[in-house]
Each structure stands twice: as structure tokens, then as C-alpha cells.
Design a protein around this ligand. Structure first.
Ligand SMILES: CC(C)(COP(=O)(O)OP(=O)(O)OC[C@H]1O[C@@H](n2cnc3c(N)ncnc32)[C@H](O)[C@@H]1OP(=O)(O)O)[C@@H](O)C(=O)NCCC(=O)NCCS
Length: 179
């Protein structure tokens, strides 16, 4: 899957990207990031492989990445937990972040997801439609700065009536082999 954005491309994350993404994420959010509530929700849960993308420049160099994780609200409403999103420090402000955001959101919609949650700067994420008021009836299992806890409806009305605690998705029941 390759999507051109002028001088850059957005690709599905490849196994060889992991180390660079890790370095970029540390540079963006610091080593303390693992203590954050959102990281606890990701712990032990595989990322949504179809919703992890990298931006590469004309020379194929990785310049940014976005990952998404599955969550549920009240064990009832599935949602996407967006992030981390990180752009190489020397290449910020050039549109890579926006490109990854719009692409990731569109793919989430195409894959049938109806709501996205994130913790991030509202000054940045409001432009994509993320809103504080949509997250007022949901909670994270740990401290979070209220103003940074945001939600987006990919399907109109998808947050109506949605309330309660965010948790990890229920483990899929083991598939029994037919004898
Ligand atoms: C935040 C981040 C993902 C944005 O990606 P980017 O490629 O640098 O930014 P883009 O080119 O897509 O967008 C640039 C626009 O967003 C704005 N912007 C960037 N970071 C912002 C922030 N933290 N708050 C508000 N606005 C921000 C810029 O001012 C610019 O505005 P303009 O289009 O009106 O000129 C990237 O800068 C990054 O990795 N930062 C480190 C992590 C971080 O600060 N995260 C904060 C959000 S959780």
C-alpha cells in the first residue's frame, strides 16, 4: 500500500522500521512515556497492524510514524487508541504529521472503526476534528490531564451514549481445532 503525498510517501509500517520508530518516539515523548496511562493500555496488546504507518522521504528515509491500538469502552464499545505519532525533530512543521494523521484516520474509517480516542495537545488535534466534549463521559484507568483527553467520531453519532472506563480489548476466545 503506497500513497504519495508530493515529495513523501506513506507506507504500512515494516518490521525493520521498529528501531527507528522507537528512537523517534523517545525523542518526541521522552523515556518517561512508558509510565503514562495510555502506555498501560498498550502493554501486552499488539498494535493494529493495518493501522501503523510510516512517512518516508524521496530517498526512502523514515521521517515519521503513527501507530494505533485497539481498546474498548466499558467492555462494550470498541475504539481505536491513536498514537504515538512522532516526526523526526529536524523535520517538524513540514506537513508529515498532518499527512500521517489524515491517512491513518481514513484507513481507520475504511476498516470499519467508528471512534478514535487519544491523549494529546488539543491545539494540534482539534484541526482533525478531535474534541474534548466527546470524551466527557469516558474515563481512562489512570491520571490524565483532562484537556488532553479527546475523541473523534468517524461515524456521525458514534460517541452518543458511549460511557465508562476504557480498557484493553477482551482476549479472543481460543479457536478450538476440529478433530
Ligand atoms: C506534533 C507533531 C506530531 C506534528 O507533526 P509535524 O509534522 O511537525 O506538524 P505538521 O507539519 O503536520 O503540522 C504543522 C502545524 O501544526 C502545528 N503544531 C505542531 N505541533 C503542535 C502542537 N504541539 N500544538 C499545536 N500546534 C502544533 C504547527 O504550528 C503547524 O501549524 P500551521 O500548519 O498552522 O503552520 C510533531 O511535531 C512531533 O512529533 N512533535 C513531538 C511530539 C509532540 O509535541 N506531540 C504533541 C502532540 S501530542
Amino acid at each position: 500500500m503506497i500513497q504519495p503525498y508530493g515529495p513523501m510517501r506513506v507506507l504500512r509500517e515494516r518490521p525493520r522500521d521498529a528501531a527507528t520508530i522507537e528512537r523517534m518516539t523517545v525523542a518526541a515523548f521522552g523515556p518517561e512515556r512508558m509510565q503514562k496511562t495510555v502506555y498501560r493500555l498498550r502493554d501486552g496488546i499488539p498494535q493494529l497492524k493495518d493501522l501503523c504507518f510510516v512517512a518516508v522521504d524521496q530517498k526512502g528515509k523514515l521521517v515519521g510514524a503513527i501507530r494505533n491500538w485497539p481498546i474498548t469502552i466499558s467492555d462494550k464499545w470498541p475504539a481505536v487508541l491513536l498514537g504515538p505519532l512522532a516526526i523526526a525533530p529536524e523535520l517538524r512543521g513540514l506537513g508529515y504529521g498532518k499527512a500521517l494523521m489524515w491517512y491513518s484516520m481514513a484507513q481507520s474509517r475504511m476498516l470499519g472503526h467508528s471512534r478514535i480516542i487519544l491523549v494529546g495537545d488539543p491545539e494540534y488535534y482539534n484541526q482533525f476534528g478531535f474534541r474534548r466534549d466527546l470524551a466527557l463521559n469516558i474515563q481512562l484507568p489512570g491520571w490524565v490531564e483532562d484537556r488532553r483527553f479527546l475523541a473523534l467520531e468517524l461515524v456521525a453519532g458514534a460517541m452518543i451514549g458511549v460511557h465508562g472506563m476504557i480498557g484493553k480489548p477482551a482476549a479472543k476466545p481460543a479457536v478450538r481445532k476440529k478433530r
